[in-house]
Design a binder for this molecule. Sequence first.
Ligand SMILES: Nc1ncnc2c1ncn2[C@@H]1O[C@H](COP(=O)(O)OP(=O)(O)OP(=O)(O)O)[C@@H](O)[C@H]1O
Length: 252
Amino acid sequence: MTTSEEPAVRLRGLHRTYGHRGTTVRALNGVSVDFPAGSFTAVMGPSGSGKSTLLHCAAGLDRPTGGEVHLGGTRLDDLSETRLTLLRRQRIGFVFQQFNLLPALTAELNVALPLMLGGRRPKRAEIRVALADVGLADRLGHRPAELSGGQQQRVAIARALVTRPEVLFADEPTGALDSATGREVLTLLRGMVEERRQTVLMVTHDPVAAAYADRVLFLRDGRLAGELVGPTPQAVAERMTGLEAEASGAVR
Ligand SMILES: Nc1ncnc2c1ncn2[C@@H]1O[C@H](COP(=O)(O)OP(=O)(O)OP(=O)(O)O)[C@@H](O)[C@H]1O
């Protein structure tokens, strides 16, 4: 269980290398950071800086090649595949850029699925509440193709939160949405943080999206390259411009 002193997620000396055509890519190169319970953190950085790798390692979707990942009091990086699958199912929620809903299932069944996979027979009422919480009480019987992009992402958020996970990981959750719809989704995530103390960790390219978080972490070449607490879109954009200039070699 997570106690008040314990961060929701703790990363220590995280390394992730990939072998690619005989060369080694260091996607993460020694990242240590804590994500407090009830906090909303955005991760930003130039393309290829390691954002998705960090999110995937922290969520137990990928294994680091070195270092430690702790979720509450549990160390993830050395769990067996079976225990890791179980832990992801019970304690982690994940939202993807492309929603990843099952096209043949209604919104109601998409949301019920994680509970069913966990061996439970979900009560109709709890699925309805989960969908009502994201403003979709009237869309229970719709399939993904019958919903707008923003509505599909809301179903995906309801699905990710129905198990009451300790941490919600979101990889570019507004990347496939127009800016107005994206803002609605971000307002929803912000509300989950404020009303439920939901811990949220989000990768984004968008300074406006990042400014919804309490804190923005910047990555460069697989390492932490600073943070902004209480970010504004302007401050985030300025940092990103600096990092991108460094990444392209314009500044050293
Ligand atoms: N499966 C893989 N095999 C080989 N290299 C990989 C793999 N996944 C990621 N990489 C490399 O690791 C580095 C970090 O990738 P990652 O996807 O984490 O970056 P990112 O910051 O999320 O990028 P983007 O903003 O473009 O999505 C990149 O150089 C990428 O090419």
